[in-house]
Design a protein around this ligand. Structure first.
Ligand SMILES: Cc1cc2nc3c(=O)[nH]c(=O)nc-3n(C[C@H](O)[C@H](O)[C@H](O)COP(=O)(O)O)c2cc1C
Length: 189
């Protein structure tokens, strides 16, 4: 069974909602998956990250990049980097922000760079976008991510209201995909 850790920051709860949906997808696909909030990381949490087959990074986009709390975690991961403890693990990432675009991709690109520094193997969203005239806001991948999962929560919406159902469904399918790819990667090695 593949072991997946979703390590995330969420200042106000919206990215946490997305993280929970990613977790649901990974668990549904048969992975041994868990969430760890960056603020709760202790020695046992770092050990779980080092032992995982896949790590999924999640953060809100703040000022056009990952939140400072997530960056603090990324900087602290230099200890694992020194020993290349995450080498050849699967990596993937997601971000949530208020604006439909809002420079979310800068956050995803940062996650890719972090994964490459750790010699990990990046897995993207793997879903077609909802980009036709018939598309509606609640269609899976309406926000149109490829390199990672993108969700959007209007600035005045509570975590109970947003991200909307279509984005949460996208998150679920993303979690299932990372679990499936990780299982195939483990089986082949
Ligand atoms: C300091 C700060 C900076 C933000 N910068 C952006 C931004 O660059 N782009 C954007 O679309 N939304 C931005 N937002 C809005 C958040 O991304 C949005 O409220 C998101 O849902 C917060 O997620 P969270 O509840 O997990 O913290 C910003 C919010 C804060 C507090």
């Amino acid at each position: 069974m593949s072991k997946i850790v979703i390590v995330y920051h969420s200042g106000y709860g919206h990215t946490k909602k997305a993280a929970e949906a990613v977790l649901g997808g990974a668990l549904g696909a048969g992975a041994d998956a868990k969430l760890i909030a960056v603020g709760e990381l202790d020695d046992a949490g770092w050990a779980e990250l080092d032992a995982a087959d896949a790590i999924i990074f999640g953060a809100p986009t703040y000022m056009g990049g990952p939140s400072a709390d997530f960056k603090k975690f990324a900087d602290a991961s230099s200890k694992s980097w020194f020993g290349q403890k995450w080498k050849d693990k699967i990596a993937a990432g997601f971000t949530n922000s208020a604006t439909m675009n809002g420079d979310k991709f800068s956050t995803i690109q940062y996650f890719v760079t972090l994964a490459m520094q750790h010699s990990m193997i990046w897995v993207g969203l793997g879903m077609m976008p909802a980009n036709t005239k018939a598309a509606t806001r609640n269609d899976p991948n309406y926000v149109g991510g490829f390199t990672g999962l993108l969700t959007q929560s209007p600035a005045d919406a509570s975590p109970e209201e947003a991200p909307p159902p279509g984005d949460l469904e996208t998150a679920k399918q993303f979690g299932a995909r990372v679990a499936a790819v990780t299982a195939r990667w483990i089986a082949g090695h």
